[in-house]
Write a protein that binds this ligand. Sequence first.
Ligand code: SF4
Length: 345
Amino acid sequence: MKSIYSVSRESLEQYFISKKMPKFRATQVFEGLYKQNVNNLFDIKGLKKEVMVMLNEDFFFNKLDIIDKNEAEDGTIKYLYRLADGSLIETVLMVHNYGYSVCVSTQVGCNMGCAFCASGEVKKIRDLTPDEMLLQVKIINDDLKKQDLRVTNVVIMGIGEPFDNYEHVMEFIKIINDDRALEIGARHITVSTCGISSKIYDFASFPYQVNLAISLHFATNIKRSKYMRINNTYSLESIADALKFYYQKTNRRITFEYIMLNGINDSLEDAEELAKFASKFNCYINLIPYNETDNGLKRSSNEQVRKFFDYLKKKNLNVTRRREQGSDIAAACGQLRVNKLKEEL
Ligand code: SF4
């Protein structure tokens, strides 16, 4: 049996075709799941009884339980969900002037081991399935709908490395983008990878106009390998080659994420290295204030961030400073989950 929320409409059409039934049944099911919001397959309008019985034998409804919900002064809400097998994951709702953005987790834990990340403190237990990602968004969207609001943007940069769970993440994107499901525009969806170059080549052929972000954070191999283990496998040169291919194929602008760490990657020499690397691409650079945890790493001062920003601007790069969100609610990626796991020990 499969979770009904884990299949895209395309996959459901294939299911009906394999049962020698018309594929428009898939659209009826999607209308039922995401427009009527049913939680019982027998409640879907317009479906014949025999179809309902068949679906009920092959599919079930998965669910996530909210076990903690912390709201910051700026409106950011951090959700701690418990999955059916007891695992914990985090999802964050951020309020922007352009809409409501949800940051989705893709794995239980993460194996990438980035030194600055609370999620990397706990090794990957398993990949999330498409429905477990979808429900992170749907539950929040259902809440917003009560106030006539909706999720407008999805960023796939929570706990886990999306390209280490590639097939499930792509199926999830198809479902949230579907105009019969959550209707999140492809250009409002961003996937962020720490640099798994081999999957960047695959992603270049994904037929949706989804944005790509690279968690770069360091622009020399020596520093990057020291703080991001993945760089030993996929060096900056291999990322650069993959991005050139991606750009040739898609013509889409890339975003480089750069967390500002005091005394580690925030000098003007670091800015110069970053400018050298980034100027090869049509890109945005997003400077991110670091959410400190107890790992000893500190955020850069406002003054240092300003100097770094000004340097990149002078080099004519598209650079933005991400505003800090949810700092009063353990906002670092994975921090709430790690705190809860420590509590439960
Ligand atoms: S930054 Fe991302 S890829 Fe690195 S350990 Fe954290 S969740 Fe994993």
